[in-house]
Design a protein around this ligand. Structure first.
Ligand code: ADE
Ligand code: ZN
Length: 326
């Protein structure tokens, strides 16, 4: 059908993607074997069966367990390369991806090992497929501020490869203000700030992330729409939102895909984008998320074109680079 062909044909950027969340069950088992890591699963089917989540924390527990198989530079290369090959088929031409270094340095894997594997795959994808990219380092919000400062210190040695800083992991109990100082330091060092807010948390978290962390893009931001004044502010300033419909549904942030706020955000004039978040864990890559929007929301083909255009408009590419992608 027409929408399907349109989705497949349109060039798109993905702006909310955790590289560790692309670890497919088959690769998880393969790397476990290669690295001699014990997993509580014996088969791909057993892994897939475990992926039933009642909330964000349910998912995070398995997400951190899954990444225990990632140890060497080659592992991070293979992980990143597999994602890029997969989304090249979805006509993705630009990606701004998150990585969670603290989840690796905490296990004794060097920051440089993680970064080298990811950046080599990104460079190869540029050469092979013409895919452009930016890397955003996330601070894990359930860990202390001091450890975020340690991650920032590592990032400062690699400004050539790390563009921005983000904030992810458990939103409940870890409000933006906990990271106000480290974000200020990161901004002073030239990193572009973004944050996961309003996923499980309230509109107040979104406002605080804008005011205290000075974020330039809102990751998720679903609950921003609960607040009319905040919605107007986001629309007036054209602050981008990176929404993730299948993720929201699988983490029970919304009861069904038809409850995704993507259409409401479009109608409110927000610069909203559609993304996959952690495609392996939630069972959908970039185009699956576009298809979910088309199938479950009352969107037009013009809306689909707008979403794809928004993905570049909301990116951190320069205006000239954005034009080259359209
Ligand atoms: N880490 C990976 N995916 C995440 C999400 N959707 N929210 C918070 N932290 C995450
Ligand atoms: Zn996310």
């Amino acid at each position: 059908n027409l929408s399907q062909a349109l989705i497949d044909h349109l060039p798109k950027a993905e702006l909310h993607l955790h590289i560790e969340g692309t670890l497919e069950p088959a690769m998880m088992l393969e790397l476990a074997k290669r690295n001699g890591v014990e997993l509580p699963y014996a088969s791909v089917e057993e892994v897939a069966k475990a992926y039933e989540f009642d909330c964000l924390q349910d998912f995070l527990d398995l997400y951190y367990q899954g990444m225990s198989v990632l140890l060497t530079e080659r592992d991070f290369y293979d992980l990143t390369w597999a994602y890029l090959v997969r989304v090249h088929a979805d006509r993705l031409t630009h990606v701004e991806l998150f990585f969670d270094p603290q989840a690796h340095t905490d296990r004794g894997v060097a920051f440089e090992t993680v970064l080298a594997g990811i950046t080599q795959a990104l460079e190869d994808a540029k050469k092979e497929f013409g895919i452009t990219s930016k890397l955003i380092m996330c601070f894990l919000r359930h860990l202390p501020e001091e450890e975020a400062f340690e991650a920032l210190e590592c990032a400062c040695k690699h400004k050539d490869h790390i563009f921005g800083v983000g904030l992810d992991s458990s939103e409940q109990g870890h409000p933006p203000e906990k990271f106000a100082r480290v974000f200020e330091a990161a901004r002073k060092e030239g990193f572009t700030p973004v944050a996961h807010v309003g996923e499980e948390g309230t509109a107040e978290n979104v406002r605080d992330a804008l005011d205290l962390l000075k974020i330039e893009r809102v990751d998720h931001g679903n609950h921003a729409l609960d607040d009319a004044a905040l919605t107007k502010r986001l629309a007036d300033q054209q602050t981008p939102l990176t929404m993730c419909p299948i993720s929201n549904w699988r983490l029970k942030g919304i009861p069904s895909l038809s409850a995704s706020p993507v259409k409401k955000a479009l109608d409110a004039g927000l610069l909203v984008t559609v993304n996959s978040d952690d495609p392996s864990y939630f069972g959908g890559y970039l185009n699956d998320n576009y298809r979910a929007v088309v199938e479950h929301l009352d969107v037009t083909e013009q809306d689909v074109v707008t979403l794809a255009k928004n993905s570049f408009a909301a990116s951190f590419l320069s205006d000239g680079e954005k034009q080259a992608h359209l």
